[in-house]
Design a protein around this ligand. Structure first.
Ligand SMILES: [Zn+2]
Length: 243
């Protein structure tokens, strides 16, 4: 029996000369593998669709715990705007790798929708760095290392927060402050906003460069120190920054 699943191709692996295994992130079953037989043949109708980042309804013979078998795809979006530019592709690649890893750790059912909302907003042209940081903050609790958003990480004080530090693991109040790098109060407020915002309701993101960088740098340190994730696509993003 054919099952229809809503999914996003996170990667593909060659299988023999003419076939592919698609690694699909689906709303219904999480991460699954699908055998796409013969799709690398020049005249195969699904050849152009069986590529990384295709989002659609996949018609499959679902086999639990094994490779399912692809029959057809109704494409919902290929995110063409994101494909036009190497930086945008870099971000798409990174968040795809990120959610794949976070899903493996958490099997959280809401992650699929959150991920697609972020991809849609990126494809509408909203700031990819801010959207990536929003996704990163929202993924932290799923990895079991959520940030305490209302209190000092050292003493629990909920007032007089003066900075946020990735190595120390969160907010730091006036009394506990030693020599950590100070960030702007605006960045501290924005970090909370990033965590609570409903991505599908975002209409515009106009955040100053200084604050974007403070938040991104905090998250980079925090991810390295607390999540144990190593994402190759992040290195590529870093290299793009130097261009
Ligand atoms: Zn404190």
């Amino acid at each position: 029996m054919i099952t229809k699943v809503t999914g996003f191709i996170v990667s593909t692996v060659n299988f023999r000369d003419t076939s592919l295994v698609l690694n699909l992130f689906t709303k219904e079953y999480g991460l699954i593998g699908i055998m796409a037989k013969g799709v690398k043949r020049m005249n195969h109708p699904l050849r152009a669709l069986t590529q990384k980042f295709t989002y659609g309804i996949f018609h499959i013979y679902y086999k639990e715990g094994k490779l399912s078998l692809l029959k057809d795809i109704d494409v919902l979006d290929t995110f063409s705007y994101l494909h036009e530019d190497i930086t945008r592709i870099g971000y798409l690649n990174y968040i795809t790798e990120l959610v794949t890893q976070v899903y493996k750790e958490s099997e959280n059912e809401k992650l699929f929708d959150l991920f697609l909302e972020v991809v849609f907003k990126m494809n509408e042209g909203l700031d990819p760095l801010v959207l990536t940081n929003i996704l990163e903050i929202k993924c932290l609790p799923l990895l079991g290392v959520g940030i305490l958003l209302d209190e000092c990480v050292k003493c629990g004080n909920t007032t007089s927060i003066v900075t946020i530090d990735g190595d120390k693991g969160g907010f730091i109040c006036k009394n506990c402050y030693q020599n950590e790098k100070l960030v702007s109060i605006k960045s501290i407020q924005l970090i909370r906003m990033y965590y609570y915002v409903d991505v599908k309701n975002i209409q515009k993101l106009e955040i100053k460069k200084e604050q974007k960088e403070e938040i991104n740098s905090f998250l980079e340190t925090y991810y390295n120190r607390y999540t144990g994730l190593y994402l190759k696509s992040k290195e590529f993003l870093e290299k793009l920054k130097d261009l």
